[in-house]
Design a protein. Sequence first.
Length: 119
Amino acid sequence: ASACAPRGPSHTSLHVVDGEVVYSTPPPTSAYASYLRCRLALEATPPRLDEAAGYIEAAIAADPRDPQLWTVQGEIAARRGDGARAMASVKRALELADGYPPAKQLEARLGKSDAVAGP
């Protein structure tokens, strides 16, 4: 029976990132669906920031250990003018994945903008 067992990572765990195949566990479907809805709201003209914020919060509730979701929450907060929330979200992303490039990039942008001023 063990000869028939699959070996190695599942095909749903392999992704191409910057031309390289990497392994990551698939996100919960509810988190992924909320994340996609969030991205659509952000890409709308004009962006629907309140809607995007609701979707990213739902995604985080479903998958609170994903640094990308926290980074997007920070991005949304910055665009809404809430620098304190943006920095808190970036901090959480970096706690989950030290040196996470998208979070580091957002942190650098926030450090150079007035969005960090907050209340």
